[in-house]
Ligand binder design. Structure first.
Ligand code: MN
Length: 261
């Protein structure tokens, strides 16, 4: 089995190395990862500059490249380029959780989404901590999961697994739970400061506010020490649009946008 590994923390990130070590036991590992930090770049792709792949040395891989593109670019380069088509995409291991609406901003998650859109079974993996991150437990779990689903991928088309692992030693990790996305907004603090030349600059900060961490959510699972596995699909269509807004739609029809047609 050919495994494409990528991430958004950059090709030199410790979480990627831990994943390579664990997955080298399971299949042929190809790494294509951003040359530098690309966290929170979402599903951006590069259209207005050339993309490059620079070989890097990484033990346990059949080949490893640093790309000047985004995480989604890395997956597209692997699936459309002249490299062998991967059988599975594994993105991570990210330093920091990707829970609730964080999946929309995350480069880690978007790489797995791109894999799913290319028709390749895909996973994104994050550990819920930024400091003193324990990657080995998550890496070991992913290696076993990849082995288990390699023969029979359990998800429908265009759907991938987003996995979050509590930052605890293996012995303290509780069994995986199948979850739905919770809600995890940020307090959205905008810091305004002054640079040495007296010009203002801005820096987003803030801490997460969990507005839905109820039963069945990814947030609740990791808070209770479980590995969270959420099936994610790209379809963002709102549930309310079609049958609950008839008045709105008949009003639009009366506006005669199309010259009476
Ligand atoms: Mn990241």
């Amino acid at each position: 089995m050919r495994l494409l590994l990528t991430n958004d923390d950059g090709v030199h990130a410790e979480g990627l190395r831990a994943l390579v070590r664990a997955l080298a036991e399971v299949g042929e590992v190809l790494v294509i990862a951003p040359e530098r930090q690309q966290s929170a770049t979402g599903h951006a792709i590069t259209l207005h500059k050339p993309l490059r792949l620079e070989p890097v040395h990484m033990d346990g891989t059949v080949a490893a490249y640093a790309s000047n593109g985004t995480p989604a670019d890395c997956v597209i380069l692997a699936s459309l380029g002249d490299l062998p088509q991967p059988d599975m995409v594994v993105s991570g291991i990210n330093a920091g959780a990707n829970l609730g609406e964080e999946v929309l901003y995350s480069g880690t998650v978007s790489a797995a989404m791109e894999g799913a859109l290319q028709g390749i079974p895909s996973l994104s993996v994050s550990v819920c901590a930024y400091n003193a991150v324990i990657y080995e437990a998550a890496a070991g779990f992913v290696a076993r999961l990849v082995g288990a689903v390699s023969e029979c991928w359990p998800l429908p088309p265009d759907t991938f697994f987003n996995i979050n692992v509590p930052n605890v030693p293996i012995a303290d990790l509780k069994p995986p739970r199948l979850t739905r996305l919770g809600r995890r907004k940020y307090s959205n603090v905008l810091n305004k400061r002054e640079d040495p030349r007296g010009r203002p600059y801005y820096w987003f900060s803030g801490s997460p506010i969990e507005s839905d961490c109820g039963e069945g959510t990814d947030i609740q699972a990791v808070q209770e020490g479980h590995i969270s596995i959420t099936p994610v699909h790209f379809d963002l269509t709102g549930d309310l649009g079609h049958d609950q807004l008839p008045g709105f739609m008949s009003g639009l029809e009366k506006m005669d946008f199309c010259g009476g047609k």
